[in-house]
Design a protein around this ligand. Structure first.
Ligand code: PMP
Length: 405
């Protein structure tokens, strides 16, 4: 059963915020989510009772910490339905996961004249790493255009794929528009031509079930902090065949097998990609967040977020002068909008006075904003603890904005 009141009380910040005047309506979840007690307490318990460095200890405490860390990897493996646990690499987050693939996978293969394909709605972190690599190698970055609703134009994508395409990197859910991209079909189209595919799952992993084996993507990246886990931890899933063939990303302790002054050899997966002491507490916190999500059930979460999106779309759609940016048929939990000619930052400031926390700006998708001919949007984004009452609070606050301007 999806019990919103119970869910809200399990998030201390949401719980306290609801007792403020005006109550806090936290609607900036695409930036980062709040953390439930399960996650906070798990991290505290780790530091209070289990803290030790991992993988090299021969005493009980170190073994315990190692088991906890590796158990979190197992949970991430199950969350994505990866074939093997060693295909899960812990990183700092989506950004680092994508940079790892750009530098350790694609750099070794990319030549002048090659092409890398991304969508027009990528977050800068799934754009700039490919752009820099293309510049370095004399390759070109191809952009799949989007229509006015904020949907990729599949026909253009189909025509873009050719024997020069070395990589396709796609955002699953747009953090600016809420568009859910047809990644099954898009991945298939690339795979039919033998082109590797990376999916940026930063916004999707907490919303819907992911099966990397069914999807047959080569890489999948996500961040813990957008799925109720701490900051500074994330995951790169990669097919073992690729990861085994790739150069290490960083060098140092943990990732080596033998070291001499002239030569070193490297550890097996996943350790080859985890140089230095990792974010042990973060990984354990991520494991607790995965448990939290699975306890509620992703289908229930998805349904709740869809209900909120539908409600918000109707409610905000009724405000005269409000223009929704991103009206894709397949969309979830993010509403981007403009109101009359009020600058989004001014809107954000006035909403804050009514207790409403939204994001205003380009949302790290500057080229997409240019595509729509706007400097940015105001964005409300929902998570498992949000309610229709908070959307009402947003709508009321927007009326105040209109009254002021
Ligand atoms: N991709 C998308 C779609 C995102 O929403 C974000 C975060 N806003 C990122 C990538 C980058 O994630 P992080 O900052 O956690 O590395």
């Amino acid at each position: 059963m999806f019990q919103i009141d119970q869910i809200r009380t399990t998030f201390p910040l949401i719980n306290q915020g609801s007792q403020q005047s005006p109550p806090l309506a936290y609607l900036d979840n695409a930036a980062t989510t709040q953390k439930p007690l399960e996650v906070i307490q798990r991290i505290q318990a780790y530091y209070e009772n289990e803290n030790a460095n991992i993988h090299r200890g021969i005493y009980d405490l170190a073994r315990q910490a190692t088991d906890d860390y590796e158990a979190a990897r197992q949970k991430a493996k199950n969350l994505l339905n990866a074939a093997k646990t060693e295909e899960i690499i812990f990183t700092r987050g989506t950004t680092e996961s994508i940079n790892l693939v750009a530098q350790s996978f694609l750099d070794a293969q990319l030549k002048a004249g090659d092409e890398v394909v991304i969508t027009a709605m990528e977050h800068h972190s799934n754009l700039v790493p490919w752009q820099m690599l293309c510049k370095k190698r004399g390759a070109s970055l191809k952009i799949i255009p989007v229509n006015d609703a904020g949907e990729v134009i599949l026909e253009e994508y189909r025509q873009m794929l050719n024997d020069k395409t070395r990589m396709v990197a796609l955002v699953h859910i747009s953090n600016s528009l809420g568009t859910i991209n047809p990644i099954v079909e898009m991945t298939q189209l690339a795979k039919q031509k033998g082109i590797p595919v990376l999916i940026d799952g930063a916004q999707s992993v907490s919303h819907m079930e992911i099966d990397v084996q069914a999807l047959d993507c080569d890489f999948f990246a996500f961040s813990g902090h957008k799925m109720y886990a701490p900051t500074g931890i994330g995951v790169l899933y990669g097919k073992a065949a690729h990861l085994n063939a790739m150069e290490p990303y960083q060098y140092g302790g943990e990732m080596i097998r033998t070291v001499g002054y002239e030569e070193s050899t490297f550890n097996t997966l996943p350790h080859k990609f985890e140089a230095g002491t990792p974010n042990i507490a973060g990984a354990i916190g991520l494991g607790a967040a995965i448990d939290f999500i699975q306890k509620i059930g992703l289908p229930h979460i998805h349904q709740h977020l869809d209900d909120l999106l539908q409600y918000a779309t109707e409610k905000l759609g009724n405000i005269q002068g409000l223009r929704l940016i991103g009206t894709a048929q397949q969309k979830t939990s993010i509403v981007s909008f403009l109101l009359d000619d009020v600058h989004p930052h001014d809107m954000g400031t006035i909403l804050n006075e009514s207790g409403v926390a939204i994001r205003a700006g380009h949302h790290c998708t500057m080229p997409l904003m240019r595509r729509f001919g706007i400097p940015g949007t105001a964005r409300a984004s929902f998570a498992v603890y949000n309610t229709k009452a908070e959307i009402d609070q947003l709508a009321e606050a927007l009326k105040k904005v209109q009254a002021i301007f």
